[in-house]
Write a protein that binds this ligand. Structure first.
Ligand SMILES: [Zn+2]
Length: 208
């Protein structure tokens, strides 16, 4: 699997393109998807799905355009549906623009196949109730959205956020993956499971 990241939109949210053979999936699309479309075209790639880690507006600004241009489906956690009725999901808060409406389908936790690659969808709430992480075991990669960052964690003070739930989700769903698993967050640099176990100040009980 090849992975390219594109920081998009007003909050420079990481949009990832995960590519395998002639297929690709996108993870979060926080702004104008022009560079993503250019990469798809250059590689002759078919975009099979847009996987949304959660329904906060800064991860969504380019979803409608990318889905329209590629005809791909859009997947997100069902428990986040209510966020699209609030400024947190559809935009407008803190002077942020509005999100163009898009259709999406709920993705349940469990094993699936995306772009020909085995993928385990993980329920990782805490930053939002329906947060999902997308783990690709063969590539050893997990996309976590705003659950976990390099040496930090996502905010839990938004509606539907919960600090204890977030810490529990990281411990049970992410820190149970192999230490060498690459962790791709919604903002900032990538890290690994083992690195965060040792150095993330929110999880000092995992440090050895
Ligand atoms: Zn968020």
């Amino acid at each position: 699997m090849d992975i390219v990241s594109f920081p998009l939109g007003p909050l420079e949210t990481n949009c990832y393109l995960a590519m395998s053979g002639a297929s690709a999936v996108a993870v979060d699309v926080g702004g104008d998807p022009a560079p993503v479309l250019a990469r798809l075209k250059a590689g002759g790639l078919t975009l099979e799905a847009i996987c949304l880690t959660h329904l906060h507006c800064d991860h969504l600004y380019g979803v409608a355009a990318l889905a329209r241009e590629t005809g791909c489906r859009v997947l997100a956690g069902a428990e986040d549906a209510r966020l699209m009725e609030t400024e947190l999901g559809r935009g407008g808060l803190m002077g942020l623009p509005l999100v163009d409406a898009f259709a999406w389908e709920p993705v349940a936790p469990g094993e699936t196949t995306l772009a020909g690659m085995p993928c385990r969808v993980l329920a990782t709430p805490g930053h939002s109730p329906g947060s999902r992480s997308f783990y690709f075991p063969e590539a050893g990669v997990v996309f976590v959205g705003d659950l976990l960052f390099y040496r930090s964690i996502g905010r839990t003070d938004f509606a539907g956020g919960d600090y204890d739930v977030l810490l529990g989700a990281v411990a049970s769903e992410i820190f149970s993956l192999p230490d060498k698993t690459l962790v791709y967050p919604g903002h900032g640099p990538a890290t690994t499971v083992g690195d965060e176990k040792r150095h993330n100040p929110f999880f000092s009980e995992f440090a050895r």
